[in-house]
Design a protein around this ligand. Structure first.
Ligand code: C5P
Length: 221
């Protein structure tokens, strides 16, 4: 059996990372969370007091960052210049600013280069917004994973409710806003690739989505 690359794109909260991680585990593949990379750059910018709109400083900063991903116990451990930032990149502050940083072309060029390097040897499940359209246009299997914005907000709420930070209504607004920014940016917007298979997870369990993708992948090997 030949190893293939699988691209999973879609809007925020559709379950991409959970699904991608499980598909990778099932196939013995490596999972790569590209959103974590954009989050790491955002975290670093915020820590250094650099505004996402300050293109010059942001570009300089991104060029100096060392971002590494390693398989962790619950998904992926993310390292930024040698520090574990796995939890820090999920903060609300980072989540609210990441789409601004991700709209900067120079940042994308750097990260896309890294992502392509990681996928050269195949056997990769990569999730993001522009994987099927731009990062890995030759991926053997492309999935566009969506769900209604209400369901996506409700799932996020379940994940984060222990912290009681925001209401489900507020989460829904923030998710819709992030999707809009990701869809409307000039560089590699969130878009379903023409050859991507649409999977709507609104009424599906994670397990159902995972099996569907694993089955599809077998037809491509
Ligand atoms: O996947 P996640 O929600 O962690 O992604 C965070 C943000 O990173 C997205 O809202 C988007 O702005 C950006 N992103 C991107 N391209 C990718 C992955 C993520 O622009 N391939």
């Amino acid at each position: 059996q030949d190893r293939i690359n699988i691209a999973i794109d879609g809007p925020a909260g559709a379950g991409k990372s959970t699904v991608a991680r499980k598909v990778a585990a099932r196939l013995g593949y490596i999972y790569i969370d590209t959103g974590a990379m954009y989050r790491a750059v955002t975290l670093s910018a915020l820590q250094s007091g650099i505004e996402p709109g300050d293109l010059e400083r942001l570009t300089e900063l991104a060029g100096d960052l060392k971002i590494e991903l390693s398989p962790g116990e619950h998904g992926q451990t993310v390292w930024l210049n040698g520090s574990d930032v796995t939890d820090a990149i999920r903060s609300r502050e980072v989540t609210l600013r990441v789409s601004e940083v991700a709209a900067v072309e120079a940042v994308r060029t750097l990260l896309v280069d890294m992502q392509r390097q990681l996928a050269i040897r195949k056997g990769i499940v990569m999730d993001g917004r522009d994987i099927g359209t731009h990062v890995l246009p030759d991926a053997e299997l492309k999935i566009f994973l969506t769900a209604s914005v209400q369901v996506r907000a409700a799932r996020r709420y379940e994940e984060t409710k222990h912290s009681h930070q925001v209401s489900v209504e507020q989460l829904e607004k923030e998710i819709a806003q992030r999707d809009k920014m990701d869809q409307e940016r000039k560089v590699s917007p969130l878009l379903r690739a023409r050859d991507a298979i649409l999977v709507d997870s609104t009424n599906l369990s994670i397990e159902q989505v995972v099996s569907q993708i694993v089955e599809l992948s077998r037809t491509k090997m």
